[in-house]
Design a protein around this ligand. Structure first.
Ligand SMILES: NC(=O)C1=CN([C@@H]2O[C@H](COP(=O)(O)OP(=O)(O)OC[C@H]3O[C@@H](n4cnc5c(N)ncnc54)[C@H](OP(=O)(O)O)[C@@H]3O)[C@@H](O)[C@H]2O)C=CC1
Ligand SMILES: O=C1O[C@H](COP(=O)(O)O)[C@@H](O)[C@H](O)[C@H]1O
Length: 519
């Protein structure tokens, strides 16, 4: 079963020129070059492709290909052990120094693209990847049009990075700018979490298992917990992050997108648009907090102070060199969210994300409602609820927690966690999110990119919280680096009789593990 646009997953992407704006930047180096190399190595790129790296600083083609080599050696999941393979890959790469405000430069770029199209037998398909600050997106698209780069017979696609705006209003303005040049179906808005193996697997786990789907509703599910914790701090990204904060950086996009994957209805057809239609319905059903008091009741925010992670002493957020020393930006938030539809009425979705947490992990815990107390269990032992845990990162896999008789005892009951650890499989080398997403964009499959109406709905929800926070910062809590965030975030669940389940293998002592991980 596939949820792609009926595209054969084994096909090669059509020939195209990839215009990589921001080719000297961090994203290109750490993610995009390695992703292109993996696709090439796996035969997913045909020989009819060319990549033009674009940025202001001067680089010869030789220097650029050297950068490419360094980046792949350091960050790619495949080793560059075959020199001949790298040579045949890198000959598709050229570099041009271009300031995106220089229209004449775009005309020259068009000439370079035409010559590469003729050299590599490419029929006019052009993919423009903007690994640039979002403030440059509008100018680039206008100059692509005015520089004549869209006058070819093939398709034209624009891939853009996050963040898509700062709030609904700025996102709308950006979208209007892009729409002057590109149609919605030509715009591919990246949310790299949608390219992650286990995020895509959520649909299969849900819709391909009779064990789960019939129970996937308010009658059987007590709550859902989504955790995206990071050990890293803000480091040198303060210029961006201090204006953004955790809510905009992770909440508006990755967290709400994961929530939609958990909460959406089955799509009516196996088609990308049908899936995106269902996701946007979830976003429309999010209960908007009525006033600032409601926001404060349901959402907790925090900022890290100095502390320790893995025995290393770390500075507080305000001591980071790239951050304003009086900053009130949140590096953590946790929220209780409701999806007001028939399926989910009354079920809390608890979401949390933070920097400088004790572990790096992305996990979804689905907690099922408890069984009624049963006379069979004479000792009146509390039964642990069943859990389905979807592990997205760093371990990829799932486990379910059930109750079973403690071996050898008369009636004692013990939780048993049965795990399928996908990333522990020997020889399994899961594709990186960016590989899937570049490959999908090259094949015209926008399923795992965010559509404008999804982005707009997500901003509506987030703007309500952000505007309440703007009124006063007295609810900003502090937490030491290396902790799980403010105590108030625990209370959010305690008030409802729940608690955050331990993540990332930090399970309770009394659980029996049955796992394929070999541990
Ligand atoms: N880095 C990451 O892990 C992630 C990044 N992103 C997003 O990706 C985008 C790029 O991020 P990142 O690579 O980290 O940023 P960097 O600051 O590392 O790179 C920015 C790039 O833009 C180029 N550039 C800047 N101004 C111009 C201009 N006027 N004309 C032409 N090129 C220009 C720079 O090159 P030069 O100075 O030579 O012109 C450089 O190549 C951002 O939107 C970011 O939010 C999203 C998720 C993760
Ligand atoms: O988009 C972003 O994501 C990263 C975390 O991504 P992951 O794939 O490593 O989980 C986060 O560090 C960054 O602040 C944010 O902009």
């Amino acid at each position: 079963m596939t949820y792609h646009n009926a595209i054969n997953p084994s096909v090669q992407a059509e020939g195209a020129v990839y215009f990589l704006f921001g080719a000297t930047g961090d994203l290109a180096r750490r993610k995009l070059f390695p992703a292109l190399f993996s696709l090439y190595k796996e035969g997913k790129l045909s020989e009819n492709f060319a990549v033009i790296g674009l940025a202001r600083r001067p680089r010869t083609n030789e220097q650029f290909r050297n950068d490419l080599y360094q980046s792949i050696s350091e960050f790619c999941r495949y080793k560059v052990d075959d020199e001949q393979l790298f040579q045949s890959f890198s000959k598709h790469f050229e570099y041009m120094s271009l300031d995106i405000n220089n229209l004449d430069g775009f005309k020259e770029l068009n000439r370079l693209a035409e010559s590469l199209e003729s050299r590599f037998d490419i029929t006019g398909n052009r993919l423009f990847y903007l690994a640039l600050a979002p403030s440059l997106f509008g100018s680039v698209s206008l100059n692509l049009r005015d520089g004549g780069l869209l006058h070819t017979d093939g398709w034209h696609r624009l891939v853009i990075e996050k963040p898509f705006g700062y709030d609904l209003q700025s996102a709308q303005a950006l979208n209007e700018q892009l729409n002057e040049v590109f149609k919605e179906e030509e715009i591919y808005r990246i949310d790299h979490y949608l390219g992650k193996e286990m995020v895509q697997n959520i649909q299969v786990i849900r819709f391909a298992n009779a064990l789960f789907e019939p129970l996937w509703n308010k009658d059987h599910i007590a709550n859902v917990q989504i955790t995206l914790s990071e050990t890293v701090g803000v480091e040198d990204r303060g210029g961006y992050y201090d204006k953004s904060g955790a809510l905009r950086d992770m909440g508006q996009n990755h967290m709400l997108q994961m929530l939609t994957m958990i909460a959406m209805e089955p799509p009516s057809r196996l088609h990308g648009e049908a899936i995106r239609d269902e996701k946007v319905k979830v976003l429309r059903s999010l209960r908007s907090y009525e006033n600032s008091e409601e926001v404060r009741k349901h959402v907790t925010r925090g900022q890290y102070t100095a502390g320790q992670v893995e025995q290393t002493s770390l500075p507080g957020y305000r001591e980071e060199p790239s951050v304003n020393p009086d900053s009130i930006t949140e590096t953590y938030f946790a929220a209780k969210v409701f999806v007001d539809n028939f399926r989910w009425a009354g079920v809390p979705f608890y979401i949390r994300t933070g920097k400088r947490m004790p572990v790096k992990t992305t996990e979804v815990v689905v907690e099922f409602k408890s069984m009624p107390q049963n006379v069979l269990f004479a000792k009146k032992q509390d039964l642990a609820p069943n859990l389905l845990v979807i592990r997205v990162n760093p371990i990829e896999g799932i486990y379910i927690k059930v109750n079973a008789k403690t071996p050898g005892s008369d009636s004692a009951i013990q939780p048993v966690a049965m795990e399928f650890c996908q990333s522990c499989q020997i020889g399994l080398n899961t594709p990186e999110a960016y590989e899937r997403l570049i490959y999908d964009a090259a094949r015209g499959d926008a399923t795992y990119f965010t559509r404008w109406d999804e982005v707009a709905q997500a901003w509506k929800f987030v703007d309500r919280i952000a505007s309440a926070w703007q009124e006063s910062s007295h609810d900003l809590m502090h937490y030491p680096a290396g902790s799980w965030g403010p105590e108030r975030a625990e209370q959010l669940l305690k008030d409802d009789g729940f608690h955050w389940w331990p993540v990332n293998g930090q399970e309770e002592d009394n659980v029996i593990w049955v796992t394929n991980s070999g541990q």
